[in-house]
Design a protein around this ligand. Structure first.
Ligand SMILES: C[S@@+](CC[C@H](N)C(=O)[O-])C[C@H]1O[C@@H](n2cnc3c(N)ncnc32)[C@H](O)[C@@H]1O
Ligand SMILES: [Zn+2]
Length: 270
């Protein structure tokens, strides 16, 4: 899959280790193998996306397999709804945990190339080093460096996006699987923070240009005992900054359980 230039939208060609367009905009591949296609003038902050600390905590936590049941279900749905997909994209792929598991499963039935896009350089450094068979680029999901109608399968797990941009890069009839928080997700954490914790709103998602063709929730009780796993779990949630150091200390020295409630939705592009 060729990239398109984030500055002038021309197709980029890979010449040695540099992606170049006809207007001589040039983007070097990093030694880890990813390419940074987020031009400085389009960066909103110095180090956008998840920080190194969040990325590291998520990586350690996910590698213990605690969310594997969700990844497995996503992959089953990918096989079921996109059995013939050849070009896939993982949007906000982070350090590539879900990407490489998807790639492995999709390749069991034939050719499948996967691109991963994320705005966090530290996440992609790790991803590219570890998963050589996937093409990773640093870019924003709001302005992706791909041609129109590029992908027949897309995955978006807890990452921001914009409807029109999703629709631009997907092929007509292409499948998009999204994962977001179900009503009970992380409720035990909220109970520790808020006097009257509220569930996530139970709404059916709408994405312009796509038809929702399947929706389900997968739930499990996460039970943690290892202090490092508990600490990593806290850091990777959006609630980490709400806890004081004392609260965190207390939480990591006792057993901890928490609801996991993932909403998985499958869309077909018009
Ligand atoms: C909660 S994480 C999910 C990562 C991965 N899909 C997972 O579940 O492990 C959200 C990811 O979206 C990325 N992200 C945030 N804003 C983004 C943007 N505008 N474009 C692309 N990625 C973005 C973050 O860097 C982070 O890796
Ligand atoms: Zn260019």
């Amino acid at each position: 899959m060729n990239y398109r230039c984030p500055i002038c939208s021309q197709t980029l060609q890979l010449i040695q280790q540099t992606w170049c367009c006809d207007n001589n905009h040039r983007f070097d591949c990093a030694k880890e193998g990813y390419v940074n296609l987020l031009p400085v003038q389009k960066k909103r902050s110095k180090d956008p996306g998840d920080s190194k600390e969040m990325m590291f905590a998520r990586r350690e936590f996910l590698n213990q397999g605690y969310y594997q049941f969700m990844s497995d279900r996503v992959n089953q749905l990918a096989l079921e709804f996109a059995p013939d997909a050849i070009h896939g994209l993982d949007i906000g792929c982070g350090e590539g945990y879900y990407s490489h598991r998807l790639q492995r499963v999709m390749q069991t039935r034939g050719e499948f190339s996967l691109n991963g896009v994320d705005i966090s350089k530290s996440a992609l450094k790790y991803a590219a080093k570890r998963y050589k068979e996937i093409d990773f680029c640093v870019a924003s999901s709001f302005e992706m460096p791909f041609e129109d109608n590029s992908f027949d399968f897309m995955l978006r797990i807890y990452a921001p996006s914009q409807d029109a941009e999703l629709h631009r890069v997907v092929k007509s009839g292409g499948i998009l699987i999204t994962v977001s928080a179900g009503p009970q997700h992380h409720f035990a954490l909220k109970q520790r923070i808020y006097e009257q914790p509220r569930s996530h709103p139970d709404i059916v998602s709408q994405i312009e240009g796509f038809e929702l063709i399947h929706g389900e929730r997968v739930q499990q009780l996460l039970q943690l005992e290892d202090p490092t796993d508990i600490a990593n779990f806290l850091v990777m949630t959006p609630y980490n900054w709400k806890f004081t150091a004392e609260q965190k200390q207390a939480m990591t020295t006792a057993k901890f359980s928490c609801e996991l409630d993932f909403k998985i939705e499958v869309f077909r592009a018009s």
